[in-house]
Design a protein around this ligand. Structure first.
Ligand code: NAI
Ligand code: MG
Length: 360
């Protein structure tokens, strides 16, 4: 059976980092004798320039026909002033929506050799290993009405926090499942002291907890969660939360590691392909210079192999190779101190590939 992977390099550093990720994937496939079928699609600014739309129909179809999608990044100053339908980000949003990618997963762990890059004290970082599971297609960002209008007191504005119980159950269940396969601790984050939606969220979590007796469920109010992430980040295993809380908390948690070039993500649907991408953007300031850090994209590949293909060993090998290369002191520019020598994107790719072999 052929495992089809759609690769969407996108803009800025996207093509440089996905190129290295594809070579890494091919090396893994060779070492483990796996069949993979890689096909390329256009998204974002390059698709606007060449096809007149940020998400061409052919790209969407390619993604639908694939088992998993690897994306670089989209966007850049060139397209910033365009109307919404001609902006790169619109392509990514449309892709998430079309494929019903309702769950965004962001693992946060600290490579001990990079602990100095974190704004937090070293002793707080020990044992930090969490995943944030964020609902991605509902809540305040999508609810209607969403409008400005003239009221009796002048301008009024309304956003709507709308969820169905089924949408809540779907994401909470994923949280329980993830926790079950990790350290069996699920923290459900809400604002149940104020919001009706959060009360139903909490009731739903309680109900599901009966099906997962092996998982310890803790409820935490979102304001406290924001504080606890900084105060004691190692207490968390899996955090599950709704769209807006997850947006804010996942960026906060990402900063615990201190390096945007290191963090992967996955966006999953119920049955279609998952989308895997680094959390950083297209970094136009360093694009084309062969100095971007490809490790977030490599870690996204590891997530893809584990999540979409259940190739656990292959994923482990990639992660261990990265850990080894970092422990040996190899750095790309973003991770190194001023004046220190460092590796190019391509050299980092080669180092990680060389390090794979010892773990196969
Ligand atoms: P950014 O993440 O692209 O860059 C922020 C800073 O981090 C820059 O100084 C950049 O050089 C550095 N950086 C990012 N990734 C790096 C890597 N792998 N290696 C080394 N350094 C790295 O965020 P920014 O500057 O706010 O946005 C730039 C463009 O990217 C915008 O057009 C934005 O809309 C887009 N963007 C796209 C995203 C996506 O495709 N998922 C996510 C975030 C932003
Ligand atoms: Mg955000």
């Amino acid at each position: 059976m052929s495992n089809r992977i759609a690769v969407l390099p996108g803009d800025g550093i996207g093509p440089e980092i996905t190129k290295e990720a594809v070579v890494l994937l091919e090396e893994i496939a060779r070492l483990f004798e796996r069949n993979i079928d890689i096909r390329y699609g256009k998204i974002g600014g390059i698709a606007i320039d060449e096809e007149g739309t940020p998400l061409p129909e052919a790209t969407l179809q390619l993604c639908r026909d694939s088992d998993a999608i690897l994306l670089g990044a989209v966007g850049g100053p060139k397209w910033d002033k365009q109307p919404a339908h001609l902006r790169p980000e619109t392509g990514l949003l449309a892709l998430r929506k079309s494929l019903q990618l309702y769950a965004n997963l962001r693992p946060v762990s600290v490579f001990s050799s990079l602990a100095d890059a974190s704004p937090l004290k070293r002793e707080l970082l020990r044992d930090v290993d969490m995943v944030i599971v964020r609902e991605l297609t509902g809540g305040l960002y999508f609810g209607t009405p969403k409008e400005r209008r003239e009221g009796e007191q002048g301008l009024e504005v309304v956003d709507t926090l709308y969820y169905t119980e089924a949408e809540m159950e779907r994401i909470l269940r994923l949280g329980f499942e993830m926790a079950r396969h990790r350290r069996r601790h699920l923290t459900s984050v809400d604002k149940a002291n104020v919001l009706e939606s959060s009360r139903v969220w909490r009731e739903t979590a309680e109900r599901l907890a009966g099906e997962y007796p092996d998982v310890t469920l803790t409820h935490m109010l979102v304001d406290n969660a924001a504080m606890q992430l900084i105060k004691n980040p190692s207490q968390f295993d899996v955090i599950v939360t709704e769209n807006m809380f997850g947006d804010i908390l996942s960026d906060e948690a990402a900063m615990i590691t201190g390096s945007i070039g290191m963090l992967p993500s996955a966006s999953l649907s119920e049955s279609g392909p998952g989308l895997y991408e680094p959390i950083h953007g297209s970094a136009p300031d360093i694009a084309g210079q062969n100095r971007a850090n490809p490790l977030a994209t490599f870690l996204s590949v590891a997530m893809m192999l584990r999540q979409s293909f259940q190739w656990t060993r292959e994923a482990d090998v990639i992660e261990r190779a990265i850990e080894t290369v970092l422990a040996e002191g190899w750095r790309t520019r973003d991770l190194s101190k001023p004046g220190e020598s460092c590796l190019t994107t391509a050299e980092m790719g080669a180092k990680v590939r060389e390090a794979l072999v010892q773990y196969v």
